[in-house]
Design a protein around this ligand. Structure first.
Ligand SMILES: NC(=O)c1ccc[n+]([C@@H]2O[C@H](COP(=O)([O-])OP(=O)(O)OC[C@H]3O[C@@H](n4cnc5c(N)ncnc54)[C@H](OP(=O)(O)O)[C@@H]3O)[C@@H](O)[C@H]2O)c1
Length: 291
């Protein structure tokens, strides 16, 4: 039996990746399925009769969330709760995507965050995503929460694309060099969610919280340097700008970020046999697409 997946946020950076996989995934954009509207969720379930729901819809404007708390919580907390209720009523799993920003980020560099570590989000965005995890797990016995980090890919706006744009415009760039994390290719997350959905439907994967992120860990400065050097090597950038590492306090933003949000992904690797993908391969895919 081939699985039918219903993907919310189907026009977002992650949601669009499902179109490139050999899978029966119905991608619903915001206009068709508003996750804050129970009637809209019900209508999509009746129409598409999925075997599992994947929630890729979110409020992702991390800095704006500091001044739009209500909107962030409606989409990132209330929405997943409503999806979880609907999934539970339909007797199907909900796969919900969350973030490394649920952690405070105060572990020493070199250590990684496990699923059992205490959450203490430093931003409204992180708080709203943590509330969404809790709402999903409380309302749906088959809820699967996948925390991921530093997402990039061909669709939508992301850090890698921004670095390529800035590198084409400037001779020198200043990029934060004291925040550590794991860049993750959106296509790898989508493929992992499909594998997890298959295992959840088959009953071979336990619901709960799991981490999935790319490897190796690096800083934003390290990631930017790789993006720009590879972009230049492929002829996407005419010249190679200097990339200077700066401290977090030298780049003031509204929302505080974790200093170390590296995710330990061994639980998922053990459960599903999916190791963290090397983000350099994902970067190559993005650069192939842009070439
Ligand atoms: N981007 C990252 O670096 C990152 C890092 C860690 C975790 N994540 C998580 O990964 C997931 C996917 O993120 P992404 O990068 O793909 O985000 P994205 O590109 O911003 O996509 C989110 C999508 O959700 C839609 N949406 C917003 N409100 C909605 C609602 N009420 N009902 C239905 N759809 C709604 C948006 O549509 P409109 O634009 O039309 O509103 C947008 O298409 C999210 O859960 C995010 O928290 C992302």
């Amino acid at each position: 039996m081939s699985l039918r997946l219903l993907v919310t946020g189907g026009e977002g950076q992650l949601g669009r990746e499902f179109a490139d996989l050999a899978v029966d995934a119905v991608r619903c954009g915001h206009a068709e399925l508003d996750i804050t509207d129970p009637a809209s969720i019900r209508a999509a379930l009746v129409r598409y009769q999925p075997h599992a729901i994947i929630n890729a819809a979110a409020y992702t404007a991390v800095d704006r969330a500091e001044s739009e708390r209500e909107a962030a919580f409606a989409i990132n907390a209330t929405g997943p709760g409503l999806l979880a209720q609907a999934a539970a009523a339909a007797g199907i799993p909900l796969l919900h995507v969350s973030t490394d920003y649920v952690f405070a980020g105060d572990k020493p560099v070199g250590e990684a965050w496990c699923e059992t570590d205490a959450c203490a989000p430093r931003s409204v965005y992180g708080q709203s995503k943590l509330a969404g995890e809790q709402a999903a797990l409380a309302a749906c016995p088959r809820a699967f929460v996948l925390r991921t980090s530093w997402v990039f890919g061909r669709y939508g706006n992301n850090f890698a694309k921004t670095m390529l744009r800035l590198a084409a415009e400037r001779d020198e760039l200043r990029v934060v060099g004291d925040q550590h994390g794991c860049p993750t290719h959106a296509g790898d997350i989508a493929a992992t969610l499909v594998r997890a959905a298959e295992a959840l439907v088959a009953g071979t994967l336990a619901p709960g919280i799991y981490h999935y992120a790319g490897a190796p860990a690096c800083t934003w400065h390290g990631f930017a340097t790789a993006v720009i050097e590879q972009g230049h090597a492929r002829g996407l950038l005419a010249r190679l700008p200097l990339v200077h590492p700066i401290a977090t306090h030298e780049y003031p933003v509204a929302a505080p970020r974790p200093a170390n949000s590296v995710l330990d992904c061994s639980k998922l690797q053990l459960a599903l046999g999916i190791p963290s993908a090397d983000w350099h391969n994902g970067l190559n895919k993005l650069l192939d697409y842009l070439s």
